[in-house]
Design a protein around this ligand. Structure first.
Ligand code: INI
Length: 153
């Protein structure tokens, strides 16, 4: 029997983190969580490049550009799409989700999906370092595991 697992060792891994400025109150907390995850698992701050962009809609193109440079082992995407009262939510949430999946498949590197899609700002706060954890931390952890599992494969 062969079983392949990725470990959670971030040592030597080069990360690009794309952070949306829209809802920055939330996304800056996601960023803190992602950096905390990387450095607590053996990664170095010098191996992290942070790219800030206007909104979540711009994330897939930015992730693609970063992947194409071949300078990074993984791209971590952080955004917060909050429904509020606007139908805009549906378009932005759908495009960013589809776009990230497409870029990962096309570029063949892990692109972590750290996008909150919530009905309210309160639900977003809960997932950005309060009672439901920090989804930026979780996205970084999945990026580390995926880099290592793809190495093993
Ligand atoms: N961008 C977000 O990241 N979150 C949102 O909740 C959001 N809403 O609801 O409008 C949002 N819109 C901006 C969008 O991502 C683009 O930056 C903008 O449309 C310019 O292309």
């Amino acid at each position: 029997m062969v079983e392949i697992n990725g470990n959670l060792d971030a040592k030597g891994i080069k990360f690009a983190i794309v952070v949306s400025r829209f809802n920055s109150l939330i996304t800056e907390k996601l960023l803190e969580g992602a950096i905390d995850c990387i450095t607590r698992n053996g990664g170095e701050k010098e191996d992290i490049t942070i790219v800030r962009i206007p909104g979540s809609f711009e994330i897939p193109l930015t992730a693609k550009k970063l992947a194409k440079t071949k300078k990074y082992d993984a791209v971590i995407c952080l955004g917060a799409v909050i429904r509020g009262a606007t139908p805009h939510f549906n378009y932005v949430a759908a495009e960013v989700t589809k776009g990230i999946a497409l870029v990962s498949l096309e570029e063949e590197i892990p692109i972590a999906y750290g996008i909150l899609t919530t009905d309210t700002i309160e639900q977003a706060i809960e997932r950005a370092g309060t009672k439901m954890g920090n989804k930026g931390f979780d996205a970084a952890l999945s990026a580390i595991e995926m880099v290592n599992v793809l190495k093993e494969i």
